[in-house]
Design a protein around this ligand. Structure first.
Ligand code: FAD
Length: 390
């Protein structure tokens, strides 16, 4: 007879979503996090742009982010600069943040196994029998009552159980990190147009005097590799146009994010998905860390309640809260995403000029994929007014 380790909750994926679930489940429950990478938060697979408001609400310590006071949108022939006051952005120390959440999860009793890849799950003995492979090639077995899919784009748990599959349309990004011993500015730049057709590029001043430059594209909408786009972006002329004098390149980060329509089902019996495995990242710019943390924590609390009471309602509420937060906005956001993937250089120029006419709050709502009816009407009215005046 095989000896499977028993646990109440098995969480596959130790990114911000999985770790946040582990951090917020009741302490007395046994919880195991399987994480395929050798270290939490390494390698980095994301650029870490977010919002100060959200980080404050989530109690993320300020030393884990660099505050951005200005954001610039640039296309080939247009530019839009926004000074931020109510909607300050931030760029995260990704490794620092993920390790911070992991430390909280560990002190909440979670067993975090790095270098351990979730492989398969099957229904057995009233729960789930799972296999995982450690870096030394050995296989481990777990018998869990509940299974959380927090494996991001991989959707490894759902795929293994035939409940879902890896998204076919994805955003693929690459990013270079530079040491900037002289310090970094507080201006982030989003680049659209010929330098990042079907996606966008970014220049993010980050914590610890580092600067991140990256490009993301949507595949299979384009065959162009982000690496080739980076080569175009990193020419002396382009860098000079952004006033950049780079220090030493210290890291290359790369990652993949789903770029498909939002799917409302999150709970499949005792299997639940969250974070990128649940497609929580915004369809406009692919921002998903704050949602991974917020909804990961919500799921931990809800699952704890369900396990304590035997009632399914808290889990249903988790699914419902996500639906009311994302379904409508992401429907519009995804329409925008599909449209933008076909934009020409002239379309991007027009868009950036339109963004220049938005207030700070409207610009923030657009980047955050928050399309409240009043905001849509106000923005449309502004564009009509601008056309009439011409
Ligand atoms: C290029 C790029 C840029 C981005 N920029 C931003 C940004 O500026 N701001 C922002 O908020 N968001 C950004 N995102 C999105 C953000 O990274 C994700 O939304 C967020 O990381 C989702 O967290 P998660 O925990 O659900 O998934 P992930 O962060 O993907 O974590 C899942 C983890 O599970 C592990 N895993 C996968 N399969 C297995 C398995 N079988 N067994 C064990 N472990 C497994 C993976 O190694 C991974 O570390 C970006 C994404 C990309 C790709």
């Amino acid at each position: 007879m095989s000896t499977a380790q028993k646990c109440d909750v098995l969480i596959a994926g130790g990114g911000p979503a999985g770790l946040s679930v582990a951090e917020s489940l009741p302490e007395h429950l046994s919880k195991v996090v399987l994480h395929q990478d050798r270290e939490i938060g390494m390698p980095v697979r994301t650029s870490g742009g977010t919002w100060v408001r959200d980080m404050e609400q989530l109690d993320v310590p300020p030393h884990l982010y660099h505050v951005i006071n200005e954001i610039e949108f640039r296309s080939d022939n247009a530019q839009s600069l926004h000074r931020l006051s109510d909607w300050k952005m931030a760029v995260l120390d990704i490794t620092g943040l993920y390790k911070w959440i992991a430390a909280r999860a560990a002190s909440n009793g979670a067993e975090i196994l790095t270098g351990t890849k979730f492989l398969t799950a099957e229904e057995r003995d009233g729960g789930y029998r799972c296999t995982a492979r450690a870096r030394d090639g050995s296989t481990r077995e777990y018998q869990a009552r509940y299974l959380i899919d927090a494996t991001g784009t991989q959707s490894a748990v759902l795929s293994s159980l035939g409940l879902g599959r890896k998204p076919e349309r994805v955003g693929v990004g690459i990013e270079y990190d530079y040491a900037m011993p002289g310090g970094v500015s507080d201006r982030a730049v989003l680049i659209v147009g010929s330098q990042a057709l079907t996606g966008y590029g970014w220049i993010f001043p980050a914590p610890n005097n580092t600067l991140r430059i990256g490009v993301g594209v949507i595949q299979p909408d384009t065959d162009v590799s982000p690496r080739d786009l980076m080569a175009k972006l990193m020419t002396p002329e382009v860098l000079e146009s952004y006033g950049l004098e780079l220090g030493e390149r210290i890291k290359v980060n790369a990652g993949v994010i789903p770029s498909v329509a939002y799917g409302k089902q999150l709970v499949y019996g005792n299997v639940i998905r969250t974070g990128d495995a649940a497609n929580f990242a915004t369809p406009t710019v692919g921002e998903g860390i704050r949602q991974a943390v917020e909804f990961g924590r919500m799921l931990g609390g809800a699952l704890g309640e369900t396990m304590a009471t035997g009632q399914r309602r808290p889990l249903k509420m988790y699914e419902k809260s996500a639906r009311s937060r994302f379904a409508r906005d992401y429907h519009f956001g995804f329409m925008t995403n599909r449209r933008m993937a076909k934009y020409t250089i002239a379309d991007w120029d027009k868009s950036v000029r339109r963004v220049a006419r938005l207030s700070e709050a409207e610009m923030a709502a657009l980047v955050r994929s928050e399309f409240a009816p009043q905001m849509l009407m106000r923005t449309a009215a502004k564009q009509v007014w601008h056309k009439l005046r011409r």
